[in-house]
Design a protein around this ligand. Structure first.
Ligand SMILES: NC(=O)c1ccc[n+]([C@@H]2O[C@H](COP(=O)([O-])OP(=O)(O)OC[C@H]3O[C@@H](n4cnc5c(N)ncnc54)[C@H](O)[C@@H]3O)[C@@H](O)[C@H]2O)c1
Ligand SMILES: [Zn+2]
Length: 362
């Protein structure tokens, strides 16, 4: 049996555990009971989460004495909206929940973000538990307390910081996750090691193929390793005023690619290309060697993610970055690598080099 891993997240005034173990969701009720005396619980999930995953959660909650109600949102980013938040209030408020009733997010980042926002706002805030079911939400979205929904003006523009009381990660649920979603999560794992952990990156070079083969033992270690990296970054900068910006490595280019492609490149694919471009920029600025660049490109390729073949208007990509929200004082801020494992922020990058980095993706 794979051992349970616990990563403590300590924030001012609030600390909680992220627990990772195959099979953990069978014990979710007991874990929650240790934190809550509530009689009821609400589970929010989406229409793609396998029925067996949802019923296992409800059974576990019931065994621990929680009368659980399930609210299901249609799957997909387009449903991460204020409209669906209102529908969730309509479903949850008649249940006569109280300030202690926990709300459990059982799904990917869409469900985690939206559930967290519902939990932050309903009755002025109720306890919230993350049970992430995608690799991306395990290693990224469920860590850090950012919650919210999209608006037609842009993504994630409405939200709140609301930390969960627990994050329960059961890597077994990844067995049903589509491969493209798995690869998307790997993009964020690669990012984490590139900005913080050279040794972790060397491990990816050896083993990343095991993730695509859905080797649960390996995925358990990978998730625990990545949760720890993200948790440390969030602890150092809970409200995103400083070093948390390092998590945007690859995302300035990536967001431009994602939006110009009208999301035909997934987030993970866009970030992969974004990391390739940001890596090139690092080489052009003499921060990174070409040997390191080769290693980075090889790992991204081994994760089944793209490193070139960009079929978008390059000028449009460069122009759209100027509108990205990470623009500070008219200058584009780039997170770059000063060697593998070390991120730096630069706002003095000549636009000609940015253009050259985008050209390298063709
Ligand atoms: N709060 C944060 O800090 C943060 C960080 C990163 C991303 N996000 C947000 O996360 C969202 C993306 O999350 P995501 O990539 O998990 O997408 P997602 O929640 O849309 O899930 C991807 C797809 O996989 C399906 N799915 C989920 N788990 C499954 C399983 N175990 N088996 C089969 N199918 C499953 C979902 O129904 C969905 O169709 C975005 O809205 C993004 O803004 C938030
Ligand atoms: Zn991302």
């Amino acid at each position: 049996m794979t051992a349970e891993r616990t990563i403590r997240v300590s924030l001012q005034g609030h600390a909680y555990d992220i627990t990772v173990r195959p099979g953990l969701h069978a014990d979710a009720g007991a874990k929650l009971r240790a934190l809550s005396k509530a009689a009821k619980a609400v589970v929010i999930t989406d229409s793609n989460i396998p029925a067996a995953t949802v019923s296992a959660m409800v059974t576990s909650l019931a065994a621990a004495g929680f009368a659980a109600t399930v609210a299901t949102v249609p799957a997909g980013e387009e449903h991460k909206s204020v409209e669906h938040v209102l529908k969730l209030y309509d479903q949850i408020l008649p249940l006569r929940i109280d300030r202690h009733t926990p709300i459990v997010a059982l799904g990917g980042g869409v469900i985690g973000d939206m559930t967290g926002f519902v939990a932050a706002t309903i009755l002025r805030g109720v306890p919230f538990v993350q049970c992430p079911t995608t690799l991306l939400s395990m290693v990224d979205a469920s860590v850090g307390g950012k919650t919210g929904v999209n608006h037609t003006v842009g993504k994630n523009l409405i939200g709140a910081f609301h930390q969960p009381i627990a994050v329960l990660v059961d890597p077994n649920v990844l067995k049903t996750l589509p491969q493209r979603e798995l690869r998307g999560g790997l993009a964020e794992c690669i990012k984490h090691d590139l900005i913080r952990d050279a040794e972790g990156f060397a491990n990816l070079e050896k083993d990343i193929g095991r993730a695509l083969a859905v080797d649960i033992k390996y995925l358990t270690e990978l998730v625990a390793h990545n949760v720890a990296i993200k948790a440390r970054v969030v602890e150092a900068d809970p409200f995103e005023r400083g070093e948390r910006a390092h998590l945007n490595f690859g995302h300035t280019f990536g967001h431009a690619i994602e939006s110009i492609s009208k999301y035909s490149y997934s987030h993970g694919e866009s970030v992969a290309l974004g990391m390739v471009a940001a890596t090139r920029l690092g080489v052009l600025l003499d921060l990174l060697s070409e040997a390191d660049e080769r290693r980075i490109r090889n790992v991204i390729t081994a994760a089944g993610l793209p490193i070139d073949g960009l079929k978008l208007d390059r000028n449009q990509v460069v122009d759209s970055m100027a509108f990205d929200k990470k623009v500070a004082g008219g200058k584009i801020r780039f997170v770059l690598l000063d060697g593998i494992g070390k991120a730096v922020v630069r706002d003095d990058v000549p636009v000609a080099l940015v253009r050259e980095a985008v050209e390298s993706l063709v």
